[in-house]
Design a protein around this ligand. Structure first.
Ligand code: FPP
Length: 246
């Protein structure tokens, strides 16, 4: 018998990969006359919730845009606080990730992260690498354009060295050369806080993703809202540029 899902979700049309642009932590804090960092702290609780929901619904891939290449330009105090939050998140959640069968991966210019974050990240990635319940990918110091520049360099170098023929460069090779090579393309991208743009996030990979924008600020994002977005997704007709037969 097929597993029954909560919120009347349909098992057969669940997205395999959901990606979030978590936005609005600063505004959440400002509305409450709090420091921006408090918004990020509250945002961590929403992260935990969304990971749990993916496990509950049986969504196998989740990517979270946690820190963009552009975010380095924020005041040092805020960057340091975010890095501290990340380190603490990795330390605190390690056991829970193991218990729930979550495999942690990361994309982005990881070499730019402080040693503390990088060490914690690689150790959690190593410990969770055999888990198969959910792949949680953190986009950290990530920018799609910089990822693409890296991909072009890698392919050009292989061609220059004679390891590859120019004629074998195709879409599949590009996908395989990007840092997301182990993830399927996102079926659904959700951005919170009412901003309607992709902000340099997975630009190649989102070519056919369904995109959902919500006014909810990230710290207020709930499982109920996630389920209602998934319901909406399940009602959408995905044509991938084709005409569907009647
Ligand atoms: C955007 O809100 C959010 C970020 C730049 C950071 C997201 C980080 C977290 C949710 C916490 C740490 C992450 C993990 C994975 C543990 P904003 O600051 O741009 O908000 P604003 O647009 O309202 O100012």
């Amino acid at each position: 018998m097929e597993k029954e899902l909560p919120y009347d979700l349909l098992v057969e049309s669940l997205p395999a990969h959901v990606a979030f642009i978590m936005d609005g932590n600063g505004r959440w804090a400002k509305k409450r006359v709090l420091n921006r960092v408090m918004g990020h702290e509250k945002g961590v609780a929403a992260v935990r919730q969304v990971v749990e929901s993916c496990r509950k619904f049986g969504i196998p891939y989740l990517t979270l845009y946690a820190f963009s290449t552009e975010n380095w330009a924020r005041p040092k105090r805020e960057v340091d606080a975010l890095m501290g939050l990340l380190t603490r998140f990795l330390r605190k959640e390690r056991r829970q990730l193991m218990k729930n069968g979550v495999r942690l991966t990361a994309i982005g210019e990881l070499h730019r992260l402080p040693d503390e974050v990088r060490d914690e990240l690689s150790s959690v990635m190593e410990e969770t690498k055999a888990n198969s319940g959910l792949t949680l990918c953190l986009a950290l110091s990530y920018g799609s354009r910089s990822e693409m520049v890296e991909m072009v360099r890698d392919i050009a170098e292989a061609v220059k060295k004679g390891e590859m023929d120019l004629s074998s460069v195709d879409e599949a090779l590009v996908s395989k050369t990007l840092s997301t090579r182990d993830l399927p393309d996102p079926d659904l991208v959700i951005r919170t806080s009412g901003e309607m743009r992709l902000s340099n996030f997975l630009l190649w990979q989102c070519a056919y993703s369904e995109i959902f924008f919500t006014d909810t600020l990230w710290p207020d994002f709930s499982e109920l809202e996630f389920a209602s977005i998934l319901k909406d997704f399940q009602g959408r007709e995905r044509r991938f540029g084709k005409v569907l037969q009647p």
